[in-house]
Design a protein around this ligand. Structure first.
Ligand code: PLP
Length: 495
């Protein structure tokens, strides 16, 4: 194992680093535009002007009219607003989605289904592309809204929205496209796409978190999600976060530059893929080779548990995503990977590498070095305990030091293992001095994603006998329901 350590960020689809221009603009707006844009005096007018400029900048970036744009608190909020509008205005019609939408869509339609909404899911093929034959059949004449993302966040598949929109329109349906991952990576022109609604998020294009935008084609209906003042033409109440909105606009000014990095990103991605295949020929690439975001590479590495690999990479300063639901409440494989045909096991062996525009050759070399060491067994290992291995004897025998790194909300949802010591996941490093080094340590989290990270870190810090509970407490409880009722919640304390 080589010794130098650096930082390589390969999670640009999760979020991006705010650019210098964005930070500067936000600082200036926070300082100078504190007036409420709904008021009438000079300070307020300055804020209203900043808001107006930002709306124009965003509209220009996607070829919309400023009057067709509203700002929201996130892309999730914008998606919720449109989906709920469709159900509220056309309750007897169906909403047609793809199975690879972001959870902001999937969870919202699940909620609406619970209220009685008709939701149908049009299948995708193994590349993640909507099955156009099925789409035409499923649309019928009773679809209120089609919701199809432009580019997928996990595998990078780019949908042919331009071809789908006229089909939806001909069937009398409105068309919503989640363009969050597309903006800044591929050209987005809402007129050319022919959509009625499109959704964007600032933090995916080097802007701030907590601000999204919704394009509503002139004449299309929208029922506000948040009621109150008359902000955003009465469509989204709440005093505008002008610094965030201005930061979004500053990020939009950089979209042409981001787009021009596309070729470099594609080349870097190809190099990474080639190197990875050389290191481990059995790797399976889930991202399509054509019509794919230039920066997104989803790979399945047979025999590798993604959460453990993430732990290894994290220790060496490399940030990637699992490509499966890193949800602390559930232990379910990614719905996107399942929809393109991966098994649960394959999904749990999958990671997503999403390259930033400033990726360098040496960054890629470093990642390949670490992976080569990991594949070659040259990284220290941690023990993976299955739920079956953590039975009554292991729990009560006194040989295990159980470190519970769950979040507060997880602790409320499930009782901890008996005798466990609780520490906060975000701050686990500052507690490690209190963990005995002469005992076997079992790290436990809710769903099995966070514990391997902690265990791997500890192993590298000299804890030679450390492991994690595979599947987390959720998996353990499913396997040991009787033990859960009998022992869990007993003798638990903070560290
Ligand atoms: N849609 C896609 C495709 C995304 O990748 C994301 C972010 O993860 C969202 C929607 C949600 O964006 P926001 O964080 O602004 O709610």
């Amino acid at each position: 194992m080589f010794l130098f350590r650096r930082s390589v960020y390969l999670d640009n689809n999760a979020t991006t680093r705010p650019s210098k221009r964005v930070i500067k603009r936000m600082g200036a707006v926070l300082r100078d535009c504190y007036g409420n844009p709904s008021s009438l005096y000079k300070d307020a007018r300055d804020s209203a002007a900043a808001l107006d400029d930002a709306r124009s900048a965003l509209a220009a970036a996607i070829n919309a009219a400023p009057s067709e744009m509203i700002f929201t608190g996130s892309a999730s909020e914008a998606l919720n607003t449109v989906l709920k509008t469709a159900y509220e205005l056309f309750p007897s019609k169906k909403i047609l989605i793809t199975p690879i939408e972001h959870s902001a869509v999937i969870s919202t339609v699940q909620y609406l289904r619970g209220k009685g909404a008709r939701i149908e899911v049009c299948p995708v093929d193994s590349g993640g592309f909507l099955r156009k034959d099925q789409f035409a059949l499923m649309l019928g004449t009773d679809t209120s809204l089609v919701c199809c993302m432009f580019a997928n966040n996990e595998i990078g598949a780019i949908q042919d929205i331009k071809a789908l929109s006229p089909v939806a329109r001909a069937a009398g349906a409105l068309m919503l496209s989640d363009c969050v991952q597309a903006l800044g990576k591929i050209p987005v022109d809402v007129r050319e796409l022919g959509v009625d609604y499109a959704v964007f998020s600032a933090h995916k294009i080097h802007g701030p978190k907590g601000v999204g935008a919704l394009y509503i084609k002139s004449g299309c209906p929208l029922v506000p999600l948040i009621h109150g003042g008359h902000q955003e033409s009465g469509l989204r109440a709440g005093t505008e976060g002008i610094h965030n909105i201005a930061g979004f606009a500053a990020a939009c000014a950089e979209v042409p530059g981001l787009l021009s990095a596309g070729q470099k990103l594609s080349a870097a991605k190809t190099r990474l893929e080639t190197e990875l295949r050389r290191l481990k020929p059995e790797i399976k690439v889930n991202s399509p080779h054509e019509n794919c975001l230039p920066n997104t590479l989803s790979i399945t590495i047979p025999g590798v548990v993604n959460s453990v690999l993430m732990g290894v990479l994290d220790f060496y300063g490399i940030s990637v995503s699992a490509g499966s639901a890193c949800n602390t409440q559930e232990n379910v494989p990614s719905h996107v990977l399942k929809a393109i045909g991966l098994t649960d096991e394959e999904a749990r062996s999958t990671i997503r590498l999403s390259l930033p525009e400033d990726i360098t050759n040496s960054g890629i070399n470093y990642v390949c070095h670490v992976l080569s060491d990991y594949f070659g067994g040259r990284c220290p290992g941690v023990t993976m305990f299955t739920p079956a291995q953590v039975g009554e004897a292991a729990l009560l025998g006194g040989g295990l030091f159980i470190l519970d790194v769950r979040f507060e909300s997880d602790r409320r949802a499930l009782k901890g293992l008996p005798g466990s010591r609780e520490i906060p996941f975000f701050r686990f490093i500052s507690y490690l001095g209190k963990v005995p080094r002469n005992k076997a340590v079992l790290v436990v989290c809710q769903a099995g994603f966070n514990a391997p990270l902690v265990a791997f870190y500890m192993r590298n810090k000299g804890f030679n006998n450390v492991g994690f509970l595979a599947g987390g407490l959720i998996g353990w409880k499913l396997f040991n329901p009787r033990l859960y009722e009998k022992h869990c919640g007993r003798d638990i304390s903070g560290l």
